[in-house]
Design a protein around this ligand. Structure first.
Ligand SMILES: CC(=O)N[C@H]1[C@@H](OP(=O)(O)OP(=O)(O)OC[C@H]2O[C@@H](n3ccc(=O)[nH]c3=O)[C@H](O)[C@@H]2O)O[C@H](CO)[C@@H](O)[C@@H]1O[C@H](C)C(=O)N[C@@H](C)C(=O)N[C@H](CCC(=O)O)C(=O)O
Ligand SMILES: Nc1ncnc2c1ncn2[C@@H]1O[C@H](COP(=O)(O)OP(=O)(O)OP(=O)(O)O)[C@@H](O)[C@H]1O
Ligand SMILES: N[C@H](CCC[C@H](N)C(=O)O)C(=O)O
Ligand SMILES: [Mg+2]
Length: 491
């Protein structure tokens, strides 16, 4: 920042703050991790999932923090430091970060996408669409952040409030008129998006995920709903009403509610006319369109994108023309074909619902006797309830299943695989193999396939690593698939 703001100017939106000390101190940056504090920093003490940031207040002060945002004062209060005491540090930080960066979300049209599955797809499609329509645009997503052509690696689906506002400020400074972002349930619960001004919010769907963090499905629903509850009156709230939680999501919102559906009357009503590996033909509000992107779940994503674009003021015809040219984002139902006509699909399905949707789509796309082989694993140190469910789904839709590793993190990969194996129905034991090594698993699936067969490699999508005990080893499903195809071609 060129002109560092004074602390008191950042507190306008923070309710009930008690200031201990000098309120007009200059703040150079906002820091959440005591180890990164510099002279002039405002340190935010957050109660985390592992530790309580309040225990690092003294360290932060020793490193030169001029102000501390906290819920509780430390035992030893220093005269030379300003303490801002609030009820909820995370919520206050959202407002302070937005003010520090000059409220960048108000300088662009910011659209947030939430839901268990489809956030990256919808946000990326919107970003591609608005660029094609001639707007300077920004994207904040799991795969990557992007300002026009510049790619900025992403660490989270939704970054923390400081990183998020810093990115939005860069986008505003580069004259982006539109920004499309994913809003994860963690980000709502942890107030990463508090203080942002949204032009619109989109709800894709809600199914089982992240119960390791939210504990109950109700809490998970509440987190997603919190996003809509906080939308302003000027925004639109576009919901998938085919999802049974669609109505609940928007029951307390001040925003203008609009709907999309493949099944019932809605503001944006779609119908799939045909869906093949070559493309999808749909009817949207009585207009016929062909898409390169395929699959019923993508029909929902495209409807959401179409609806949001129209609600943002774009002309229906121009939107449909550009939408028909879009390609899937990396690792989202990405198709590869071998010389001898094996189809490999790399997909980020890492939840039971996503896996079922993708396999259902593949089942519908089959012409006849081709076999479907699924290679899938479940992440370590993440929701364990989904493990047997995903194995059962893989078995239900596939002729052969290979259970393998997907980011075991700090768990024993064989424990994860044992839990997955519990979901395999006894009648399916014969068609299920466990191969811990993901490279070997993909090789086996690929080398044993017959021309025409479809191999689904699920769970990692765009990821280019295997996270084992905190170390990210290079691993890319696509690369291994290419290796298999080369081997089949005798290279
Ligand atoms: C579970 C979770 O959401 N964790 C996030 C959370 O960290 P935490 O609450 O566990 O932090 P903690 O370790 O308990 O520490 C508490 C506080 O003390 C501070 N601290 C800690 C140590 C120290 O020496 N000094 C110090 O100041 C920490 O910086 C932190 O502010 O806050 C951190 C700062 O914002 C995040 O980086 C971190 O994301 C971790 C890396 C993570 O893996 N998050 C995933 C689960 C996540 O957020 N995923 C969502 C959803 C993805 C999806 O929908 O698929 C996402 O949006 O990416
Ligand atoms: N609308 C949808 N409904 C159900 N499944 C979907 C939908 N869109 C995509 N999927 C499936 O879910 C996977 C993840 O899609 P995507 O990355 O768009 O979701 P996400 O919500 O961003 O996930 P994450 O929570 O990991 O960020 C895709 O690879 C596909 O298998
Ligand atoms: N955003 C998701 C991604 C899961 C991807 C999968 N490959 C895994 O590692 O479990 C999560 O952190 O739960
Ligand atoms: Mg995502």
């Amino acid at each position: 920042m060129e002109n560092n703001p004074i602390l008191s100017s950042l507190l306008g939106e923070v309710k009930g703050a008690i200031i201990h000390g000098y309120a007009d101190v200059t703040v150079k940056n906002i820091i959440l991790d005591s180890r990164k504090v510099l002279p002039g920093s405002l340190f935010v003490a957050l109660r985390g999932t592992q530790v309580d940031g309040h225990q690092f207040i003294t360290t932060a002060a020793d490193l030169g923090a001029v102000a501390i945002l906290c819920e509780e004062l430390p035992e030893h209060v220093r005269e030379d430091i300003t303490y801002i005491q609030v009820e909820d540090s995370a919520a206050a930080m959202g407002h302070i970060a937005a003010a520090f960066y000059g409220h960048p979300s108000k300088k662009v049209k910011l659209v947030g996408v939430t839901g268990t599955n489809g956030k990256t797809s919808v946000a990326t499609f919107l970003f591609q669409l608005f660029r094609a329509l001639g707007y300077r645009s920004g994207l904040l997503s799991t795969v990557q952040n992007q300002i026009e052509d510049e790619v900025i690696p992403s660490t989270h689906t939704t970054p923390d409030a400081v990183a998020l506002n810093a990115l939005l400020a860069q986008m505003a400074a580069r004259n982006c008129s539109h920004v499309f972002m994913e809003v994860s349930s963690h980000s709502v619960a942890q107030h990463r998006i508090t203080g942002l001004h949204f032009a619109g919010g989109i709800f894709t769907n809600i199914t089982h995920d992240h119960l390791d963090f939210h504990k109950t499905f109700d809490n998970y629903i509440k987190a997603k709903k919190g996003f809509f509850d906080a939308l302003p009156k000027s925004a639109f709230a576009l919901v998938n009403i085919d999802d049974r939680r669609g109505t609940v999501m928007v029951q307390n919102t001040k925003a203008r509610v609009e709907t999309y559906s493949l099944q019932t009357l809605a503001t944006f009503k779609g119908k799939i006319i045909s869906d093949t590996l070559a493309g999808m033909h749909m009817d949207i509000n009585s207009q016929e369109v062909w898409f390169r992107v395929i699959g019923r779940f993508n029909a929902y994503n495209l409807l959401a994108v179409y609806g949001a674009a129209v609600l943002l003021g774009e002309k229906e015809e121009a939107v449909l023309t550009e939408l028909s040219n879009l390609k899937s984002p990396p690792g989202r139902f990405e198709q590869f074909h071998s010389a001898d006509l094996i189809v490999g699909i790399v997909d980020y399905a890492h939840t039971p619902d996503a896996l079922e949707n993708v396999l259902e789509t593949i089942t519908h796309l089959r012409n006849g006797n081709e076999q479907v082989v699924t290679v899938v694993g479940c992440g370590g140190n993440r929701d364990a309830e989904k493990r047997p469910k995903m194995a059962e789904i893989a078995c239900r839709y596939s002729n052969r299943v290979i259970l393998t590793s997907d980011n075991p993190r700090f768990e024993d990969p064989m424990d994860i695989l044992d839990q997955m194996r519990k979901g395999v129905p006894p009648l399916d034991y014969k068609k299920t193999t466990v191969i811990e090594d993901r490279h070997e698993a993909i090789l086996k699936a690929g080398l044993e396939a017959q021309p025409g067969d479809i191999i689904l490699i699920a769970g990692k999508g765009h990821e280019n690593y295997q996270d084992v005990k905190g170390v990210k080893h290079h691993f890319d499903d696509k690369e291994v698939l290419m290796e298999v195809f080369a081997k089949r071609a005798g290279n």
